[in-house]
Design a protein around this ligand. Structure first.
Ligand SMILES: [Zn+2]
Length: 274
């Protein structure tokens, strides 16, 4: 069971879950990737699948399984593909569309159970505990306060298509963070195929640009390329990509004030060129 604990002012919350203590690789046994094709039996039974084949057997393109080491009581893993290495910079647009469609279908299946968070940690620099690219969908009970940042005004536009815009908000807590927001009013859970296509295209482009910024900067390139993104799937939904080019340190931890050494206007200019 997830154990939610507030601080004495009831304004800050943490969660602990004893099931996370024995995460993969922490038990000393030889490592075998549970997300690779052929190892389906190493995960809990799948709850959703894209592609041919029988449940929990090879043939899939995308699998969704309960997280064996959950943070929250409902916590799923979206395995992006059978490939142990390929991810958003490598996938076809069609495959990224399938991943987004999976997010939407799982959001719609879970939205009555609490607040749904969809997120992706890429590379060990971003907190991922398994290399094989995957996203996670976590449901926080409605009575636990969360502190997700509200959508920020559109400024410093990097790219735009018929349905989405990517931009660097003036309030950017991380260097080169990119937000993707829908143009016009539609709900994430009701996105059409065209909207899913446009989101796939702008998302891949944004990640490609961040990779170029990383690879061309000797300081950033000392660490592997890593980022997190999350989707806030409710009113005014947005997707926020946070590259992990820098670490958080004592000032941020003590004050709660984030330090960003790259002006968002410069981030926009660099990203446009990348
Ligand atoms: Zn794998």
């Amino acid at each position: 069971m997830a154990n939610y604990i507030s601080d004495s002012s009831k304004s800050r919350w943490m969660v602990s879950n004893p099931k996370r203590l024995t995460r993969t690789g922490m038990d000393g046994k030889p490592f075998r990737c549970p997300f690779c094709e052929g190892n389906e039996g190493d995960t809990p039974p799948e709850v959703y699948r894209v592609g041919p084949g029988q449940q929990d057997k090879p043939g899939w393109q995308i699998r969704v399984v309960p997280n064996l080491f959950p943070i929250t009581d409902i916590h799923e893993v979206v395995i992006h593909s059978p490939s142990h290495e390929e991810n958003f910079v490598d996938f076809s647009t069609e495959h990224i569309e399938l991943i987004i469609k999976t997010y939407i279908d799982r959001f719609n299946a879970l939205k009555d159970k609490g607040k749904v968070y969809i997120f992706h940690n890429f590379s060990l620099a971003s907190g991922a505990s398994l290399i094989h690219p995957h996203s996670q969908i976590s449901v926080v009970p409605n009575d636990i306060p969360t502190n997700t940042i509200v959508v920020q005004p559109i400024v410093n536009i990097v790219e735009q298509n018929d349905c989405f815009v990517s931009y660097c908000p003036d309030y950017s807590e991380w260097s080169y963070e990119i937000w993707i927001k829908a143009l016009g009013q539609f709900k994430f859970g009701e996105s059409t195929n065209i909207q899913i296509n446009k989101l796939a295209v702008i998302l891949q482009s944004a990640i490609n640009k961040l990779k170029k910024i990383h690879d061309n900067n000797p300081h950033y390139a000392k660490k592997p390329f890593g980022y997190n993104f999350y989707i806030y799937p409710y009113e005014n939904f947005y997707l926020r990509i946070i590259p992990r080019f820098m670490e958080r340190a004592g000032f941020e931890l003590s004050t709660g004030i984030m330090v960003n050494s790259v002006d968002p206007k410069k981030a926009e200019e660099d990203l446009k060129k990348a």
